[in-house]
Design a protein. Structure first.
Length: 190
């Protein structure tokens, strides 16, 4: 996908996400703690979850993905928004912005060095990505999420194994974000 289309897709996903965070829920959306059932898996899930030092009871999370079936060359894009619904600020981890050692970046990421982690599981709950390889992460620090404040971030996966040198085989996988938001993925052969 070209960068312009990716940016437009991200903007659309975040607009949808912001709408959902304000309390409007489409009929096909399901949350991690929802009791709804849907006919097709949703591209958007929402619920409560711990966000670093922000407890689950006050951290409202919304997770959106761009595809559940990936064809060769397509990237999986993951977006998140976290809202602090509590009365007190709470801390979360963010990378430092540039060379300033006390200012954290406003753009957050999903990934092994991000503010929110994800993994891809294959058959028999086998970790396909990120695997157990070490990562050289940038400097990270704490930032405060103010009451009723939100933060957002994005991440990508290019259907590769942890070394990034080859594509995972076609088949069924599960994307797990923040430990409990689960999306069924299918990697198409063609």
């Amino acid at each position: 996908m070209r960068r312009g289309k990716r940016g437009a897709a991200l903007a659309a996903a975040l607009t949808l996400a912001a709408t959902l965070m304000l309390g409007v829920t489409p009929a096909n959306a399901k949350g991690s703690h929802s009791h709804h059932t849907t006919k097709a898996p949703a591209l958007v899930q929402q619920g409560h979850g711990t966000f670093w030092e922000c407890p689950a009871k006050v951290s409202r999370l919304l997770i959106a993905v761009n595809h559940l079936t990936l064809r060769p060359g397509q990237e999986l894009t993951m977006n998140f928004i976290v809202r602090n619904t509590g009365a007190k600020p709470c801390n979360y981890v963010a990378p430092y912005a540039g060379s300033q050692s006390s200012v954290t970046a406003s753009t957050l990421e999903v990934g092994p060095c991000g503010s929110m982690g994800f993994e891809i599981e294959g058959a028999h709950h086998r970790n396909v990505w990120p695997g157990d390889q070490p990562f050289n992460c940038p400097a990270l620090g704490f930032a405060q999420l103010q009451p009723n404040g939100t933060v957002q971030g994005t991440g990508m996966w290019g259907q590769t194994v942890p070394t990034g040198q080859k594509r995972v085989p076609a088949g069924a996988y599960t994307l797990i974000i923040d430990g409990h938001f689960k999306f069924p993925l299918r990697i198409a052969a063609h």
